[in-house]
Design a binder for this molecule. Structure first.
Ligand SMILES: [Zn+2]
Length: 492
């Protein structure tokens, strides 16, 4: 564990007291309850001193799919994945993909591998990142770098080398220590914003479960890193210090591979890692591994998504019309969602439910059940989208209304969206090493994430709200048209 070192700030970097600064530490995959338990047990003394004692933790939710990389975008853009047009860590461009293995490889995306950097160019044009708005920034180990100069992203090489080794060995601790050493170096430079990513909690969790001693050790190591940073002046000035996570995690006991199940239904299915299938009836793109998006007749190509009514009337070539109900009945599947006009239909066992933005006010969402309360919202009706967040926070699918609607805003999202239930993920066979924990679904264990700040705030907070919070603190203008708001989740 790193020990706090004596403070040694070069006078060359000293700026007037009271300057506004911010630090955003992203503890990938950290669960709020694990974090709070460790803090209560006295295992996070540095985090308690610098962050929790002056501030605290408030309830927070991430985005759907609750997956590393995609779920970083809200912090950095203030927008949902659907708004960013990056609907998952894997997706298919239905307008361009024509079924050719080599010629069309750029029209199918997986950010796990050689296409990792593409996330920067895939982001919808016109969106601004934190790095566009804040000039004086130090960024450590971020996979998202749009708006940054090439050298401004520190720990880039170590992240690539140590990260790919750790994927197989589980040795994420060395990667976090490398980020921690660089964080200690930048502490005294008094940047306006420091953003650092710590992958170890998520990486080690995949090998175990969220409460495993090896996972708890990564939180404690991170606490030592925070202590070192604080001792070197990292939190000086009028400082907003945030420790956040991009999603939670839960133990995985069984795997339901959607691509395998589609083949059993007689549908030739394209999926990673071999991105070729003769005359595919479907393509399955898994995110996280708790959710999957399915593209029907993927080699169309097609201009638009296929609505549920068209699928169920048998209008898609080669696709049986009962495919949605067949998938929804699979063990391990919580529900299947599809679009219908501007709304979303959610199909589960025992019925279906409908979500619609109100035509006169898209910030209000109507939920209507048809046989079953699939999204466990308790009752139907029309509410503001923030009211649904509050109402759903402690239920089975936190923030489900806004999250399902936002994802289908992306024209790259699948025709069908499959969410795994607790204890199950949606990929088997080629996931090496096997995941013993995962995330990516809309369930509470995945959607609830960590938001700790060194000043008291009222919750609940969405991860998209962090972007305007940071900009306002630093005195920067908040760009119009983003999904996050700060006024709605005001200071307590
Ligand atoms: Zn993550």
């Amino acid at each position: 564990m790193l020990r706090p070192a004596p403070m040694h700030i070069s006078s060359a970097y000293t700026k007037p007291p009271g300057e506004r600064r911010a630090t955003l530490l992203l503890l990938d995959g950290a669960r709020e309850d694990v974090f709070l338990r460790l803090a209560a047990d006295g295992d996070l003394p540095n985090i308690s001193r610098y962050v929790l004692d002056p501030g605290g933790v408030v309830p927070a939710t991430t985005v759907f799919p609750s997956t590393t990389g995609v779920a970083y975008l809200p912090f950095l853009t203030g927008c949902y994945p659907g708004t960013c047009n990056v609907p998952g860590i894997r997706w298919l461009d239905r307008r361009r993909y024509k079924g050719r293995w080599w010629a069309d490889r750029e029209h199918v995306r997986s950010y796990c591998g050689y296409q990792a950097d593409r996330i920067n160019g895939d982001l919808r044009s016109g969106l601004e990142s934190l790095f566009d708005r804040i000039a004086d920034v130090a960024v450590l180990a971020s996979p998202f770098t749009r708006g940054l100069g090439r050298t401004a992203n520190r720990v880039r090489v170590a992240r690539a080398l140590l990260g790919s080794a750790a994927h197989y060995t589980g040795n994420y601790g060395s990667l976090d220590r490398a980020v921690g050493r660089e964080l200690a170096r930048v502490a005294a430079r008094r940047h306006a914003l420091v953003f650092a990513v710590f992958p170890a909690v998520d990486g080690v969790t995949h090998f175990h479960d969220p409460w495993h001693p090896a996972v708890l050790a990564t939180y404690r190591q991170f606490d030592g890193i925070v202590g070192e940073y604080g001792a070197r002046g990292g939190f000086d000035g009028d400082h907003l210090a945030l420790i956040v996570s991009d999603h939670g995690a839960s133990a995985v006991k069984r795997h339901t591979d959607i691509a395998v199940e589609m083949e059993k239904l007689g549908l030739p299915t394209l999926c990673h890692p071999v991105m070729w299938r003769r005359d595919p009836a479907a393509a399955v793109m898994v995110s996280g591994n708790g959710s999957a998006q399915i593209y029907l007749d993927p080699a169309g190509p097609r201009a638009d998504r296929v609505p549920l009514s068209a699928i169920e009337s048998g209008a898609v070539p080669g696709v049986r019309k009962d495919v949605v109900s067949q998938l929804a009945a699979l063990d391990g599947v919580a529900f299947v969602a599809a679009s219908e006009g501007a709304g979303v239909v959610v199909v589960g066992e025992g019925g279906r439910a409908h979500l619609h933005p109100e035509p006169s006010d898209p910030a209000r969402i109507t939920y209507r059940t048809d046989g079953a309360d699939i999204l466990d919202l308790g009752e139907g009706g029309s509410r503001g989208e923030r009211e649904w967040l509050v109402a759903s926070l402690d239920r089975r699918y936190p923030d489900a209304p806004a999250q399902l609607l936002q994802l289908f805003r992306s024209d790259r999202a699948g025709d069908l969206l499959v969410a795994a239930e607790l204890g199950c993920d949606l990929r088997d066979g080629w996931e090496k090493p096997e995941h013993r924990s995962g995330h990516g679904s809309l369930i509470g264990d995945h959607m609830r994430c960590l938001f700790a700040a060194n000043r008291p705030f009222a919750g609940p907070i969405r991860t998209v709200d962090v972007f305007p919070l940071l900009l306002q603190h630093l005195g920067c203008e908040v760009p119009p048209g983003i999904d996050g708001t700060w006024e709605a989740s005001a200071t307590s």
